[in-house]
Design a protein. Structure first.
Length: 251
């Protein structure tokens, strides 16, 4: 007999359980392979697994779709924040703004380089700093910076902040359903293993090819080893012939 191997993917687990439940439902009342307890357990578990898998896939798809939009929003926020700081530095270099006023933005008054804006945390930090700094400088009588204006920067900064919260929710939802799937996978594998053991035990006295076909109807998955001869109806004929041969003892 070829060897069997438990399903490796959620879709394969789902298909295996569906097949077992379907075959059990089509069997005659007096010709059940599995116990009614095992059948009922599989029937109760199947919709739970289907629902959790569907929710997990939906959350993953939502996260992927939202992530594409989110990357664009992060890029816009980074562009406007960095552009504003560059324009501010140029204004200081030209003498339009006193270098001491850069302290209002918590920028180094002796340097004219961009702060690190690599991470989202950096964007949140510096975005708020330049918004607060520009607001305070204008309040003190300074002329506002244009191209971009701080209001334009704030629009993209606020969109970024809002979407970051939403993105974290998508991530949390996906992680929650993933953990739920991890637990259900363990339960699914235990249930499938019990079903397979029960089915194979029921058909253990059948000829090899008939046993293989009967078990496959209940979703059992078999693999042939390298070089292993495949089972066919001819295999069963040879098996029957060998059974009928008288046992001889070497004296």
């Amino acid at each position: 007999m070829p060897y069997r191997r438990l399903p490796k993917t959620d879709q394969a687990r789902l298909q295996t359980l569906r097949q077992a439940v379907k075959q059990a439902g089509e069997a005659d009342f007096m010709d059940q392979v599995m116990s009614f307890k095992l059948i009922n357990e599989a029937q109760r578990f199947l919709p739970v697994f289907e629902t959790q898998l569907s929710q997990y896939r939906q959350n993953c798809q939502t996260k992927v779709s939202a992530n594409k939009q989110y990357k664009h929003i992060v890029g816009n926020a980074r562009m406007y924040i960095s552009h504003f700081i560059q324009v501010l530095n140029l204004a200081v270099i030209r003498g339009d703004i006193r270098k001491e006023q850069k302290a209002l933005y918590q920028l180094d008054i002796h340097e004219h380089v961009l702060p690190d804006l690599t991470t989202e945390e950096d964007l949140l930090l510096w975005g708020q700093r330049i918004i607060d700094g520009e607001t305070e400088r204008v309040k003190q009588g300074g002329f506002p910076i244009y191209n971009p204006t701080i209001s334009k920067v704030k629009v993209h900064y606020d969109i970024f902040k809002e979407k970051q919260v939403t993105q974290q929710q998508h991530k949390s939802n996906t992680q929650r359903t993933f953990k739920g799937m991890e637990s259900l996978r363990v339960d699914a594998d235990k249930l499938i293993l019990e079903i397979w053991d029960t089915v194979e035990k029921h058909y253990k006295d059948l000829p090899p090819y008939k046993r293989l076909c009967a078990c496959q109807k209940y979703g059992l998955i078999y693999y042939y080893r390298t070089g292993e001869k495949q089972l066919t109806p001819e295999t069963d004929k040879q098996w029957e012939y060998n059974r009928q041969q008288p046992l001889t003892l070497d004296l």
